[in-house]
Design a protein around this ligand. Structure first.
Ligand code: SF4
Length: 503
């Protein structure tokens, strides 16, 4: 089996899905070959691009090797200006290379000005015209090598983000043209979302032989004709470790659960897609992490859970890992206990990502977020006092919000600004199958047949244009909030944030 991670995702850590699938296949004695075509493809662009004329671009081209190397050194992250300059210069190369293909290409996104990943017709066209893809000179050679190496008729694509969609289809188009006998399997988060559309009518049946929704290990093993025994979380990062990820050491991605144990927030696809929740026994998570740390000597552990469960947090708090760790948690009673927060810090917790969404209690209640603002305030104070950094997620424009509620969010952040190290601001999108569509005036307009969100008329007239103006002219101008926003690592955001706050 050949397993591929297509461009484009942030090139800072190995793709966990490939490592999990490889571990499961190997435990069933099914040989597999893995390739992170994202990092390889981006490297290809960095080395093959032609210099441009302006001063910034000339500097970026001259220093590309030095900047890539700098982003793999810890010291670079100790100096925020040096770090930001290296990132901006590397990104400049991608930006210029992308322009020649009418793309908005960056270290975190792949956007085609003429084709949308939300439109199946566009994806089909990209598959037909694969030779116009920016990565074509790289993937036409690399796919041949990988096919030779793996000698398998099955090729799996891990498709998790919209930014991967167009390149995935270009590669599939190439394979179907040159190797019509190969069987193409597509799984991952984005594939799962497509399959969860009630009206899903596969427009790609001549290109994709099998889709796999949800957790892929068992269906993949069965599809390959083997009986799936129990799937333990045996990860295999060995084949991916030689890649030159842009991080100061190996980042170990690990998930202790699939889905979300809360699954009630009515703006979240986890709720509308009613994803299954599965949870490793906390003792297994702890044992796995110790053993993986021993094997891979990571610079950082990245817990990928949508929300780390309280039982797992309790288990982690009693340990001492050899690498710092971070991940998403909920504002939970556990974190309102300062002693517990100290234990988490002792275990290696360097940063928590927390979805606060709003600083208005009514808005939080309406979105079923399950957050009490007094508790959130206590949690933030505790985390600050014990030295755990925070990456706070805010969501503006939910149906219950108006400008006054947004101002209360701003006041909440201003009041707690010393406890908030990083901020992510987002504007609400209505998931296409959310229960809220029944109570809102939904407009017919959609971007494409694969769109996962739907337009709606905001019941309080708090529309996207006004929200954007509010964020730009009011929220971001706050003297307490502005500096927090400047902390955000460009393109890499939370993936690099722990390195910028760890001395
Ligand atoms: S806690 Fe997070 S992942 Fe879970 S339902 Fe809410 S927003 Fe979604």
């Amino acid at each position: 089996m050949l397993l591929l991670h297509p461009p484009l995702t942030k090139p800072c850590e190995p793709p966990a899905a490939l490592a999990y699938l490889a571990g499961a296949l190997q435990s069933h004695n099914i040989p597999c070959t893995l390739c992170d075509m994202n990092i390889e493809g981006l490297e290809y662009i960095c080395v093959s691009s032609e210099p441009a004329e302006d001063t910034w671009s000339k500097r970026a081209f001259k220093n590309i090797a030095r900047n890539l190397e700098a982003l793999q050194k810890k010291q670079t992250y100790q100096n925020s200006d040096r770090y930001k300059r290296a990132v901006a210069d590397v990104n400049r190369i991608l930006e210029l290379a992308g322009k020649k293909f009418n793309l908005q290409l960056s270290l975190s996104n792949y956007q085609d000005n003429e084709a949308s990943p939300l439109n199946s017709k566009d994806l089909l066209k990209i598959a037909e015209n694969f030779e116009y893809n920016i990565f074509y000179p790289y993937f036409k050679i690399r796919l041949e090598q990988l096919l030779q190496q793996s000698r398998s008729e099955y090729i799996g694509f891990s498709l998790n983000y919209l930014s991967q969609s167009l390149c995935t289809f270009a590669m599939i188009g190439y394979l179907k043209m040159h190797h019509p006998r190969v069987k193409v399997i597509v799984g991952g988060g984005l594939a799962t979302t497509w399959l969860s559309h009630p009206g899903w009518d596969n427009p790609f049946s001549h290109l994709i032989d099998h889709f796999i929704g949800g957790r892929g290990e068992v269906p993949l093993i069965k599809l390959l004709g083997h009986g799936a025994r129990n799937i333990s979380s045996k990860l295999d990062y060995a084949p991916l470790r030689q890649n030159n990820y842009l991080a100061p050491g190996f980042i170990l991605p690990y998930t202790s659960s699939y889905g979300c144990f809360w699954k009630k927030c009515n703006f979240c696809p986890e709720t509308s897609e009613d994803s299954v929740y599965e949870h490793n026994p906390p003792a297994t998570t702890v044992a796995d992490l110790h053993s993986l740390c021993k094997k891979t000597k990571p610079a950082l552990i990245h817990l990928l859970d949508n929300a780390i469960s309280p039982s797992t947090l309790r288990a982690l708090a009693g340990e001492k890992f050899t690498a710092p760790w971070y991940g998403f948690a909920r504002f939970d009673n556990l974190l309102a206990d300062k002693t517990f927060c100290s234990q988490l810090k002792e275990s290696g917790c360097t940063m928590l990502k927390l979805g606060l969404e709003s600083g208005d209690q009514l808005v939080l209640d309406q979105m079923n977020k399950g957050i009490d603002l007094h508790l959130a305030s206590q949690v933030l104070t505790n985390l600050q006092e014990v030295g755990i950094k925070t990456y706070i997620y805010l969501l503006f424009g939910t149906p219950a919000e108006d400008r006054n509620a947004a101002l209360r969010t701003m006041e909440f952040i201003e009041k707690h600004h010393q406890a908030v190290n990083f901020l992510n601001l987002a504007i609400f999108n209505l998931p296409i199958h959310s229960e809220q569509t029944a109570t809102l005036e939904v407009s017919d307009f959609y971007e494409g047949d694969l769109s996962i969100y739907q337009n709606f008329i905001h019941p309080k007239g708090w529309n996207r244009g006004e929200i954007r103006r509010f964020l730009d002219q009011v929220f971001k101008k706050s003297p307490q909030i502005g500096p927090i926003l400047l902390n955000d690592p460009p393109f890499f955001t939370s993936n690099h944030a722990p390195f910028l706050v760890t001395k």
